[in-house]
Ligand binder design. Structure first.
Ligand code: G1P
Length: 289
């Protein structure tokens, strides 16, 4: 049904300079796994078979990461380190990867448009790697379930405090079922005063191919970016659009504070590290800082 997922990854990652000067933001590790791999694993666990990563200059490390690493595999084999060998091999075996270069930084809508030829008329998922979602049922899988009933565009949402709403796309919608909303309109990064609700768009979408017809109608914003939110807002005039308040915890690993929180909490959730890390935190003398 939904077999393809797009991962926009062409951004320059300036919020994480100097770490991102010669390294893609998507490769920064949360504990020991690159950011983008969390999203890829979520997609794979949701039944996605083809992953399309939209890259740009300086992003080769992402392609290498999801490729076979012959030397490393041979080295680990010689050392009989089968546990690590399995970790390394499973990355490239996960799913098929395709890469497209977004030649200009013209925003999320533009990034998605670059994948048009690879998608034909199939509906597809979009995963923004900065949003890490930890949940019992993978977030995209929850959304695919809704899609199978509605056969329409589904946007992931979460309630956020008013003081943070200006960082997000925000929906105006009517609740039609538990966690499910029919969207009336969307606005990208409104002020707290202008926000139509407390429901923010989180970086998971299931989109129909109708989006390509509306992306081309969107005018670039003040920063010269073609916003996906604006394209979905136009799509509402053509077809129904739903928003789904997914179950799970979301971390905004695209901000420094969010990245730190994600690192701490993901480490605490880990079977191999959680107990020791928890002990360390419990005994930490905060008065020293
Ligand atoms: C993008 C979207 C925004 C959404 C956000 C979620 O913004 O444009 O609507 O709320 O992702 O993370 P960005 O964070 O890329 O500026």
């Amino acid at each position: 049904m939904i077999k393809k997922a797009i991962f926009p990854a062409a951004g320059l990652g300036t919020r994480f300079l100097p770490a991102t000067k010669s390294q893609p933001k998507e490769m920064l590790p949360l504990v020991d796994k690159p950011l983008i791999q969390y999203g890829v694993e979520e997609a794979v666990a949701s039944g996605i078979k083809n992953i399309i990563i939209i890259t740009g200059r300086g992003k080769n490390a992402i392609e290498d990461h999801f490729d076979v690493s012959f030397e490393l595999e041979k080295f680990l084999e010689m050392r009989n380190d089968f546990e690590k060998l399995q970790i390394v091999k499973s990355i490239s075996a996960m799913v098929s990867f395709a890469y497209i270069r977004q030649k200009e930084a013209m925003g999320l809508g533009h990034a998605i448009f670059t994948a048009k030829e690879l998608l034909n008329t199939d509906p597809f998922a979009v995963i923004l790697g900065d949003d890490i979602i930890i949940s019992e049922t993978p977030c995209i899988k929850q959304m695919i379930k809704i899609f199978s009933k509605k056969q329409a565009t589904i946007i992931a949402i979460k309630k956020v405090p008013k003081s943070e709403i200006h960082h997000y796309g925000v929906i105006e919608a009517e609740e039609i079922d538990s966690r499910l909303f029919k969207v009336k309109s969307l606005v990208e990064k409104p002020s707290a005063r202008q926000a139509p609700s407390d429901y923010a768009i989180i970086g998971r979408y299931i989109l129909t191919s109708g989006i390509f017809k509306t992306i081309i109608k969107v005018k670039p914003d003040a920063k010269g970016e073609i916003q996906l939110t604006d394209a979905i807002n136009l799509l509402i005039k053509e077809e129904p659009v739903y928003a789904y308040e997914f179950a799970g915890t979301r971390y905004d690993a695209g901000s420094k504070m969010g990245f730190l929180i994600a690192t701490v909490e993901i480490a605490l959730r880990r079977k191999d590290l959680g107990k020791d890390f928890r002990n360390y935190l419990m005994n930490l003398d905060l008065s020293e800082f």
